[in-house]
Unconditional design. Structure first.
Length: 319
């Protein structure tokens, strides 16, 4: 009996020893490659020098990157990665146009939309704008404008409006709508904690509708619509004057003539912002939008000059 117990005890110790050997063998399989790598790296001739050279190269690359794209520490439009601006614009509107129907002999009468047709000369409008910084030097700005006006007036002169003649002392109701959606991409070739200057290209999607009718003659209604894309060249600049105040200005414009169509679009903006909080600014600015279109040998043909300009006040949230 004692011999059997001794045999069992020796068997248990043997089993424990085998388990320990197995665990040690598993650990060695994990540690061995790491140890071999360290020995090869530290024990090889010139390993320390190679490692030091690699560290120095990385430090030099980081120094060059920091010089090209210095860290922006002060909260400002230069530092923002995303921003949304809600503004109220109190501007003046001026519309001059001539609409010609080539199917009739009488050319269209040049008219002033505000003075001749009773359109409102003031623009009380809310606008929104978004800014996305794609990387340190790239930005995308998205904005929109929707301006709808109507008027009713008794004419003091005859106006040939496309294919319809509206007579003196006749009441005419008019509607003029302008919609514009803008996407502008910018690259900042100059960017520091106090200055940012960039250029880029803007893409604009325009839609306009003009309609006029004499209520006494339902068949007199004339309606014209037009839409299409347009591109502009853009420049954008920011100067952080103090820790809380910044001056911002931008402009974009382009003019094109193709066949019987000539067009120009321009957008100018300047503002002063006060950084009331790290993520919130208030500001005052001035906004101007201008569009020109001349169309010949088409139905309808004619010309359009459209201007919206005036002061604005806004809130800007960003991070």
């Amino acid at each position: 009996m004692r011999r059997a117990r001794a045999t069992l005890a020796r068997g248990g110790r043997l089993k424990d020893h085998v388990g320990m050997m197995a665990n040690t063998h598993s650990t060695r399989r994990v540690i061995a490659p790491v140890a071999a790598t360290l020995v090869a790296l530290l024990g090889a001739p010139g390993a320390h020098a190679s490692l030091a050279d690699e560290i120095q190269k990385r430090e030099e690359a980081d120094a060059v990157a920091a010089k090209y794209d210095p860290p922006i520490a002060t909260p400002s439009p230069i530092q923002d990665h995303f921003a949304v601006r809600a503004s109220y614009v109190n501007g003046s509107v001026h519309t001059r146009a001539q609409i010609t129907d080539p199917n009739i002999a009488t050319p269209g009468t040049p008219f002033d939309g505000e003075q001749d047709l009773g359109l409102s000369p003031r623009n009380h409008q809310a606008r929104a704008e978004f800014m996305f910084r794609l990387h340190n030097r790239g930005r995308v700005r998205v904005s929109a404008m929707d301006l709808s006006r109507s008027g009713s007036v008794i004419l003091n002169r005859t106006i040939q409006y496309g294919g319809q003649a509206f007579q003196v002392n006749e009441r005419v109701n008019t509607q003029f709508d302008w919609r514009q959606f803008d996407v502008t991409w910018l690259f900042s070739f100059l960017r520091s904690d106090r200055f940012e200057l960039g250029t880029g290209i803007g893409f604009h999607f325009l839609q306009t509708e003009a309609a006029a009718v004499a209520p006494a003659r339902a068949s007199s209604r004339q309606s014209y619509t037009g839409s299409g894309p347009f591109a502009t060249l853009a420049v954008d600049a920011t100067w952080r004057m103090t820790r809380r105040f910044s001056l911002n200005a931008r402009g974009q414009t382009f003019e094109v003539t193709a066949s019987s169509v000539s067009a120009k679009l321009a957008d100018w903006h300047a503002d002063v912002q006060f950084r009331a909080h790290k993520n919130l600014a208030i500001g005052l600015g001035y906004q101007s939008n201008y569009a020109r279109l001349d169309v010949a040998d088409q139905n309808p043909g004619g010309s359009l000059r459209f201007t919206v300009a005036g002061p604005e006040v806004f809130l800007r949230a960003s991070f």
